[in-house]
Design a protein around this ligand. Structure first.
Ligand SMILES: Cc1cc2nc3c(=O)[nH]c(=O)nc-3n(C[C@H](O)[C@H](O)[C@H](O)COP(=O)(O)O)c2cc1C
Length: 356
């Protein structure tokens, strides 16, 4: 239905406007219980073989909503009814931000990919945490935090900025993702430098405060193996509970879209099919470096059961999607889950844990 009706309509608009319209509509559905019920009936899919208990939390299926889609925690009830196994809200930042000027997101339809330079637009940690803590969901809720999109917030102020958001959400989030890999800030991804990351994790006191929810680090898909190794070593010294792999790419690899179009779009993070294999390679490396002992959320170009299986085999425990929602619509969640179950049946596997 999405591909037949909604997508042709949404794709007539710019990618920026289509997303705004989607969020507006989704927000108004989220506020109406009777409408929510009917979406739930349409998209619901459950199978015991997909259930996992991770960090003491129940995940009814492995497919989660990736950060960036519901930045402000305004559409979580509808997203739950679309059948997601968990949600990640954000990125939220200590200060609200309107982000970069538009246009700031672009479809590469031939490549089932997107380029965005939204620049961490969000209502700010205070407002969003107030909104998010009231949510009554039946699935785990993660909050993704990033540094405020303002180049003047740097050095010690950048650490305090992260800590401000962290403190606001640590009391109610089921897990917290620290986004150190947003490619759309003017000052660059400074916290993907080992010393800065070490300092950030020290400030958050992961080693000291045992009451904290699980904390995950989200990496870029562009990290070189040696750089990733150094960062993982630091994370492992700081009681990090897991990793989100990966964020978008600043590179322009694996594309069939014309160079002219790519050049005219300009900078931004590439997501979707084009980054699928690179992201799987990063998952594999993290899994090897952590000897499979840490939870990995695999994200980057998943739009089918087979994409999901690739990531699970590489070492992911949970998955997330963003770009596939734009191209395939919400039924893609059920489709991915069903196709994982089909794969298990075909290979005589009783449970998702056994996909290796
Ligand atoms: C428009 C857009 C906005 C995004 N915003 C965020 C964000 O605020 N924080 C974050 O950690 N990741 C953000 N992401 C990255 C996604 O969470 C995900 O890591 C990436 O898109 C790869 O997954 P996909 O190929 O399924 O889209 C964004 C992605 C897109 C396309």
């Amino acid at each position: 239905m999405y591909k037949l009706l909604a997508r042709p309509l949404l794709f007539r608009f710019t990618s920026d406007y289509a997303h705004e319209l989607t969020i507006k509509t989704a927000k108004s559905v989220s506020e109406k219980k009777w409408l929510l019920k009917s979406t739930g009936a349409l998209y619901n899919y459950s199978n015991p073989a997909l259930r996992q208990k991770i960090w003491g939390l129940d995940f009814k299926n492995p497919v989660g909503l990736a950060a960036g889609f519901d930045k402000n925690a305004t559409i979580a009830p509808l997203m739950e009814n679309f059948g997601f196994g968990f949600l990640e809200i954000g990125s939220i930042t200590a200060q609200p931000s309107t982000g970069n000027p538009k246009p700031r997101s672009f479809r590469l339809t031939k490549d089932q990919s997107l380029i965005n330079r939204l620049g961490l637009n969000n209502d700010g940690a205070q407002t969003i945490s107030r909104r998010a803590r009231k949510l009554q969901l039946g699935i785990p809720l993660g909050i993704n935090i990033a540094k405020t999109h303002n180049p003047e917030v740097m050095g010690e102020a950048a650490l305090i900025d992260y800590k401000t958001s962290f403190d606001l959400v640590k009391g109610f989030a089921d897990f917290i993702t620290i986004n150190i890999s947003c490619p759309n800030t003017e000052e660059g991804k400074t916290f993907e430098e080992p010393e800065s990351l070490n300092r950030l994790l020290e400030i958050l006191e992961l080693n000291i405060d045992s009451s904290l929810p699980p904390v995950l680090i989200k990496f870029s898909v562009d990290l070189e193996p040696q750089n990733l190794k150094e960062l993982i070593e630091i994370c492992e010294n700081h009681a990090v509970s897991g990793y989100v792999a990966t964020n978008t790419s600043s590179k322009r690899e694996n594309l069939t879209t014309s160079t002219h179009k790519i050049t005219s779009i300009g900078r931004g993070g590439l997501s979707g099919k084009a980054i699928a294999h690179k992201s799987t390679a990063i998952i594999k490396q993290i899994s090897e470096l952590t000897k499979g002992e840490k939870t990995i959320i695999g994200v980057g170009g998943i739009s089918s059961g087979s994409d999901a299986i690739d990531k699970l085999k590489a070492g992911a425990d949970l998955l997330q999607i963003y770009t596939a929602l734009v191209y395939e619509g919400p039924s893609v969640v059920k489709k991915i889950n069903k196709e994982i179950v089909d794969y298990m049946k075909l290979n005589d596997l009783d449970h998702i844990y056994q996909i290796k």
